[in-house]
Design a protein around this ligand. Structure first.
Ligand code: MG
Ligand code: ZN
Length: 346
């Protein structure tokens, strides 16, 4: 008996929440679990996989090539944002979702123009071109945006444009509340952009708390904004990577706990909703971190072997309809194809 909907279609997710812990390898996940006395949000995922992360020109990827691999499905060179190895723009998952009438959102704890989020909406060959990346947000009209980097919008050095005003003119509701003063989320009739800071938002230990709450509020905002075609939401725990670069174990544990709370909120929504695929992964590991002998649950001896990224395989966690596609060992570019397959996009 079919009721007009095939079994295949019935199993498809309507919404996607794609979450990136920048620099989050298995060591970071394990250390966070021990720091929470053997508790981890990752045990709520029924499906896990592992992926390789090398870029087109280096065994060890950067965040631009790493995010472009899963947002566009192509290998590219380190530093690239939404362009392939020949520097040609490649369509991203978020752009595809938008073109299909889905609502879109990005919530990050770095500048909104930083490599990971930028790889979902911008197409530039050099990740440092932050002012150029910001312009892509004016034309893309993403429904819900949260992150820092205000200066790339209204204190531009290369042109005199004020992108905040331009975005307000096209209908955006913009808040410039400081990162520690979470704004009231406005009505959903117009898109919303909270610029949390002029520069990068601070770490959790220095007073940033918005990620878990804004993950939850962002989901509810974009769900209300267009409930018929579903939504595509990107959430990044951006500063796990920075803690790895600075070999700072206390910051690392705090950033992991913050990202895990955001994941828990996404899973709580997905569980109630029943039509949402949640995928959590990382672009690469940072710091070559390990947990040394002599560690116990009260005191972890974490050591770093690097100030940079490493090439170890990266875990992938999936929950909800379509999760089964993420089982096994594959390449970071396969994430793109797996999401397309799960969604039934051609
Ligand atoms: Mg990042
Ligand atoms: Zn990094």
């Amino acid at each position: 008996m079919t009721y007009g909907v095939s079994q295949e279609t019935a199993k498809r997710p309507k919404n996607i929440i794609f979450m990136v812990g920048d620099g989050m390898g298995l060591g970071q996940i394990t250390a966070s679990m021990y720091a929470q006395r053997n508790k981890t949000v990752f045990d709520r995922f029924p499906v896990t996989g592992l992926m390789t992360t090398q870029s087109s020109n280096h065994l060890i990827t950067d965040s631009g090539a790493g995010a472009t691999a899963f947002s566009c499905g192509c290998k590219t060179f380190n530093g690239a944002i939404g362009v392939n190895a020949k520097k040609h723009p490649c369509p991203t998952l978020l752009e595809t979702a938008d073109s299909l009438g889905m609502a879109t959102g990005i919530v990050v704890t770095c500048s909104i123009t930083h490599a990971t989020p930028a790889s979902f909406y911008a197409h530039v060959p050099e990740r440092a071109s932050m002012e150029e990346i910001a312009v892509w947000l004016v034309q893309n009209r993403i429904d819900f945006l949260i992150g820092g980097g205000g200066k790339y919008f209204n204190k531009r050095t290369k042109d005199k444009r004020n992108l905040v005003q331009e975005m307000e003119k096209t209908g955006y509701q913009v808040s410039t509340n400081r990162y520690d003063s979470i704004p009231k989320i406005p009505g959903t009739e117009r898109p919303f952009f909270w610029i949390t800071s002029e520069e990068e938002p601070p770490s959790v230990l220095k007073g940033r708390t918005f990620l878990p709450e804004m993950t939850q509020k962002g989901i509810s905002f974009i769900q209300k904004r267009d409930n018929s075609r579903g939504f595509f939401m990107v959430v990044e725990g951006s500063q796990i990577d920075w803690a790895g670069h600075s070999n700072d174990k206390l910051t690392l544990i705090a950033e992991m706990a913050d990202f895990e709370k955001a994941i828990a909120n996404a899973l709580d929504f997905a569980k109630k909703d029943g039509e949402t695929l949640v995928v959590v992964t990382a672009d690469h590991e940072t710091g070559g971190m390990s947990i040394l002998q002599g560690s116990n649950l009260d005191s972890l001896d974490l050591k770093f072997t690097s100030k940079g990224h490493t090439a170890s395989m990266i875990p992938v966690f999936a929950y909800g309809p379509g999760a089964d596609f993420f089982n096994g060992i594959y390449d970071n570019t396969d994430i793109f194809y797996k999401i397309k397959k799960a969604m039934g996009w051609n």
